[in-house]
Structures are given as structure tokens and as C-alpha cells.
Design a protein around this ligand. Structure first.
Ligand code: FAD
Length: 388
């Protein structure tokens, strides 16, 4: 296509899509971002970890492709010789299982091996040999990523995409989009809060947890809600050599961050949906996370909580996977959201593929048909068993 692409949302999805539209297809997008400070954007509040240990091929492929991009982001997104650094640290993920979770761990491993994921299934003895600081007495096994997994600075990645997209001609408008104009099965333009209207030849909705009211203007009921997730920061004198991101069978996770650690857990009850970000559930750390950490890593007995923050998962209640592609019934209106806790790691591959779909009408780098919004209309869930 030729013409102007309008993007609603300047988080990592919107910024990455704008970058690939410009870099690979010569299309200059206009990105509408109502909060350029990103104070509530998931991309700025993320734990920003990347893994290959998923249970579906499409999620594995997305993360593998994105990892390659993050490895060379300094070359890809340099502006005027300034190379962005997202501090990618490839120290792996470790999924732990008791006997009850062993079959699922093995089934996931089979899918992962078929996709060339470098992960080892280790029994309790082997786990203890690799990570002597880990209590393994109640465990049946663990799946340890040997390469291609870790964490990075997500905010730096967002800024790098934004700056490079702008350097290639994308425009970022600090505007709140309040109305979308469509007729005859086509997107026509949009209106922002101050009353101005913008015409466009194509639209991408990448508005994170705020996407549903925008999609509804195309008659599409988007099953994406805001689910608050608290992240706790703690220090410990414990030295944990080769510490990966560890996911306990209970769902509690932790990983190194700077000189300390961060940790989280599934929230308690559904009442935290859409809760204000300021309402940190400190009891979750005291009553659930800390006892689990101290049990799993005896050296954590001496830890000290030093802070916490919260952000929203853009949670897809249908099947907890990204929703990417053309909105049903519209050939020039697209969406990318609903990543349910794995969006920042998939943004490079999603942005590149979605830019192809918009510009060329097809996917070249990676076929994202399994993530199509049409699967929701047809009630065909894409089940991902490894959701954190
Ligand atoms: C605590 C936490 C931990 C996470 N950990 C990980 C992890 O380890 N690994 C991983 O891969 N992912 C993780 N995620 C998920 C990941 O951060 C998100 O999937 C990703 O950042 C989503 O990016 P986005 O651009 O779609 O949304 P956002 O970053 O939320 O951006 C959407 C933007 O749209 C703007 N907007 C909304 N409506 C409008 C409008 N009408 N007009 C103009 N602008 C609008 C908003 O202001 C916002 O800036 C985590 C998320 C959280 C909250």
C-alpha cells in the first residue's frame, strides 16, 4: 500500500511497528501517544524478560526471532552513530515442577526441542548439581534454558524503537484518540481529544490494555482487560552463581536485577483486575512470595524487601496470547495487543510481521495467522500452557 498509516499507542508494539513500516517499507506512520511519559504503559513497567520455553510453536518462533533482533539492536536502531544498549543478559529461565507438573513439563519440552530450543530437562539431582543453592527435595524436574533466554531493559528498547522510527520519518503526536471514522468496511480516519481529525489509509491499534474501546468502534469485541501485576524488589547477601529466572511450581518467580533481585507471583483473587497501580498488595510479598523464596532458596532467609511497582498485563481472557492482524471485516484496520505478559519480548517480531501485513498485504518473515483476531470470532483458542 501507499499512503499514511495511523498507529494508536506509542508503547513498544506501536513504536516497533512504526519503525518497521519506515525501515522496511518506506512508510511514515503517525503514532498517537497520549502520555509521552509512559507513566502507566506496560512497556515502561515490564519485567522485560525473554524466553523460548513456550508450549506453542508460534510463541517460540516469535521469541526466537525477537531475541535475534535484541542481540543486534545496537546496529539496527542506532541514530546518528548512537547505539542503543538494552543490557540483554542471557542467563536463562528455569521452570520447576513437582511430580504433579512433570507431564506438562515434558510435553512442553517435546514441542521446544522440535523448534530447536536449547533447554535441558534435569532431574532433582542434576538440578542440585547445576544450582547447589536451590532446594530440590520436593521437585521432580526442572527445565533450564541453556541459551537464548534472559532479560533486558524494556524501557530502553521502547525508547530505541521510538527514536529510530522518528529518525526515519515517523511522527509522534501527543494526543488522545477518542473517535475512529470508518465506513463501507474501511477505516477512514480518526479524531483526537482537541477536536482535530486525521485521515489515514490504514490503522494499527496498539493501545495495550486500553485497546478494547477502540476495537469496539469496528464492531469487534476484544477480550482484553487490564490485570494488575505487582513486582517486588529485594536485596539479599546470598550469592547465587548462574542464577536464571526461576519459576517455582507455585507460580512465584524471581530473577537477579542489578545488585539485587525482583520477584512476583500470580495475584490473589480476581479482585485485583483493573485496580489502581498504586495499590500494591504488600501482603502478597509477606505472606506468599517471601515464604516461598525462603523455602526454595534457603539463603534467601535473610532477604530485605526494598521496593515494589505495578503494571497492567494486557490480559487476553480468551486464550492468553497476542491478537495480531486485520480486524474481522476490515482490510485496512489492524490490531496488536493481548500479549498477557509476553509482549515486550515479542515486539520486534510482531512489529516486523505486522508492518509486512499492512504494507504488502501478507506476512513474509513469520506467518502470524495463528494470532489472527478471526480465531476469536470462530472460537478457536490457541492454548499456551506456559503463561507466567
Ligand atoms: C509487571 C509486568 C511484567 C511484565 N513482564 C514481562 C516480561 O517479563 N516479558 C514480556 O515479554 N512481557 C512482559 N510484560 C508484558 C509487556 O510489558 C507488554 O506485553 C508490552 O509492554 C505491551 O506493549 P504495548 O505497546 O502493547 O502496550 P503499552 O506499553 O501499554 O502501550 C500502549 C500505549 O497506548 C497508549 N494509548 C492507549 N489508548 C490511547 C488512545 N486512545 N490514544 C492515544 N494513546 C493511547 C497508552 O498511553 C500506552 O502508552 C509485563 C508486563 C507487566 C505489567
Amino acid at each position: 500500500m501507499n499512503g499514511r498509516v495511523l498507529v494508536i499507542g506509542g508503547g513498544v508494539m506501536g513504536a516497533a511497528t512504526a519503525y518497521f513500516l519506515a525501515a522496511r517499507h518506506g512508510l511514515r506512520a503517525t503514532v498517537f501517544e497520549r502520555d509521552p511519559t509512559y507513566s502507566r504503559a506496560s512497556s515502561a513497567l515490564s519485567a522485560s524478560s525473554i524466553r523460548q520455553q513456550f508450549s506453542t510453536e508460534i510463541n517460540i518462533r516469535l521469541s526466537q526471532s525477537s531475541l535475534e533482533f535484541y542481540r543486534r539492536i545496537g546496529d539496527e536502531l542506532a541514530v546518528d552513530g548512537e547505539r542503543p544498549d538494552v543490557g540483554l543478559s542471557e542467563r536463562g529461565y528455569l521452570f520447576l515442577a513437582t511430580r504433579a507438573g512433570l507431564d506438562v513439563l515434558r510435553a512442553n519440552h517435546t514441542v521446544q526441542v522440535a523448534c530447536n530450543v536449547s533447554a535441558s530437562l534435569l532431574d532433582a539431582k542434576a538440578l542440585h548439581g547445576r544450582l547447589p543453592w536451590l532446594a530440590t527435595d520436593d521437585l521432580a524436574a526442572g527445565s533450564l534454558g541453556e541459551s537464548g533466554e534472559g532479560w533486558f531493559d524494556g524501557y530502553a528498547a521502547l525508547m530505541a524503537f521510538r527514536h529510530k522510527a522518528a529518525a526515519l520519518g515517523a511522527t509522534f503526536e501527543s494526543q488522545d484518540v477518542c473517535r475512529i471514522h470508518q465506513s463501507g468496511g474501511r477505516f477512514r480516519g480518526l479524531q483526537v481529544r482537541d477536536g482535530r481529525c486525521f485521515d489515514g489509509d490504514a490503522l494499527v491499534i496498539a493501545a495495550g490494555v486500553w485497546s478494547a474501546p477502540l476495537a469496539s468502534q469496528f464492531g469487534f469485541t476484544l477480550p482484553v482487560v487490564a490485570r494488575k501485576r505487582d513486582v517486588f524488589v529485594f536485596n539479599s547477601p546470598a550469592a547465587l552463581p548462574a542464577c536464571p529466572l526461576v519459576i517455582d511450581p507455585s507460580g512465584v518467580w524471581f530473577r537477579p536485577e542489578g545488585r539485587g533481585f525482583i520477584a512476583g507471583a500470580p495475584p490473589r483473587g480476581a479482585d485485583i483486575d483493573d485496580a489502581p497501580l498504586e495499590a500494591i498488595d504488600h501482603g502478597l510479598f509477606e505472606e506468599v512470595i517471601w515464604p516461598t523464596l525462603a523455602r526454595r532458596v534457603p539463603a534467601f532467609e535473610a532477604l530485605r524487601a526494598t521496593g515494589a511497582w505495578a503494571g497492567y498485563y494486557e490480559y487476553n481472557t480468551f486464550d492468553q496470547n497476542g491478537i495480531v492482524g486485520a480486524l474481522p471485516g476490515y482490510e485496512n484496520a489492524f490490531i496488536a495487543c493481548g500479549f498477557s505478559g509476553h509482549g515486550i519480548q515479542q515486539a520486534p517480531a510482531v512489529g516486523r510481521a505486522l508492518a509486512e501485513r499492512v504494507a504488502l498485504g501478507r506476512y513474509d518473515s513469520l506467518d502470524l495467522a495463528p494470532l489472527s483476531p478471526q480465531r476469536i470470532v470462530e472460537r478457536r483458542p490457541l492454548r499456551e500452557r506456559n503463561v507466567i
